[in-house]
Write a protein that binds this ligand. Structure first.
Ligand code: ZN
Length: 312
């Protein structure tokens, strides 16, 4: 498979890359689909850059949300995300779901989980799926703790993530992450996208993270990179997302290469396909075509993703 993958990159063969097993470990379910599956004859592609997360959210509210109203719209977005992963040859998919979307099922978590599972079985039965529950950073942690206790009872989700402004402290999430650890969850959080290198090390340390969503700011500190390498903390990186949100200058100058060459396990992922419009296969090609990483190193990264969740 290695030779075929390397050859596909060198010959710019996107169709071939799609056939090769890959992981996507940083994928927000309701934003993971192809916009063309949501909007017929869509001619409105994203602006190439957003000045911040608010600008990105505004674009989403204007160009996606009106086409996905209510429970049916929610299920269409989830279906599009599973279909996108399946069509792109993703074999291991960790996809995150917000607890708020259980509101489409009147807060009935069992009905919410059943909907996710039946859409997965109908759309992408062969994919190894790691359901992930994600929480928005908030100061008021008590209701979140109670909600998480309810989630645990269903024994469905296998991974936990935290998103929102990653410059905020994660200290108040410690109890939830300890509980998730007890239950064998994969522990992840968005950090080091807008925040600094030290915030990555701090979040990993406080929450005992196994993997970091983004984490690219770590490249600004030799000591943080050394620490991540020593502890083999995996960074699930999304190059197009970082470029469009102006967290990286270009594919060529994207910090993924420096992080990889410093011995940190990295993976390549899609983040929000519906906004950034680049599949995982395209992300590999983008990095190769712009001279960021060699085809052989990109294959090592592909293998890191496939191996990293085998124990779960
Ligand atoms: Zn993300």
């Amino acid at each position: 498979m290695k030779d075929y993958f390397v050859n596909c990159l060198k010959t710019n063969d996107l169709k071939g890359l799609v056939e090769i097993p890959k992981s996507d470990l940083h994928n927000h379910a309701t934003r993971g689909g192809n916009i063309r599956a949501i909007r017929n004859n869509c001619d409105t592609l994203p602006k190439r850059v957003f000045c911040d997360l608010n600008a990105m959210q505004n674009w989403y509210e204007e160009h996606v949300k009106p086409y996905c109203i209510g429970k049916i719209g929610f299920e269409n977005r989830i279906r599009a995300a599973f279909k996108q992963a399946f069509d792109d040859g993703i074999t291991i998919l960790s996809m995150s779901f917000g607890l708020g979307d259980s509101g489409f099922y009147d807060g009935d978590i069992n009905a919410y989980i059943n909907a996710i599972e039946s859409i997965k079985l109908e759309t992408a039965p062969s994919i190894t799926f790691i359901p992930e529950i994600s929480f928005m950073r908030t100061e008021n942690i008590k209701p979140v703790e109670a909600e998480f206790e309810k989630i645990i009872e269903f024994d469905y989700f296998k991974s936990i993530d935290l998103f929102g402004d990653d410059r905020k402290s994660v200290e108040n999430y410690k109890s939830i992450y300890r509980r998730a650890k007890e239950k064998g969850y994969i522990l992840k959080a968005h950090v080091g996208e807008f925040g600094d290198a030290e915030s990555v090390q701090r979040a990993v340390d406080v929450l005992e993270l196994d993997q970091v969503q983004h984490g690219i700011a770590a490249s600004k500190s030799k000591s943080v990179m050394k620490w991540l390498e020593k502890n083999q903390i995996q960074l699930n990186i999304c190059p197009s997302s970082n470029i469009m949100l102006q967290r990286a200058e270009s594919y060529k100058k994207h910090p993924i290469a420096e992080l990889f060459y410093n011995g940190i396990p990295v993976t390549i992922n899609s983040d929000d396909m519906i906004i950034f419009d680049q599949s995982v296969s395209q992300e590999y090609l983008n990095l190769y075509n712009h001279g960021s990483l060699s085809a052989e190193d990109l294959n090592i990264i592909r293998e890191i993703g496939l191996k990293s969740c085998l124990d779960y």
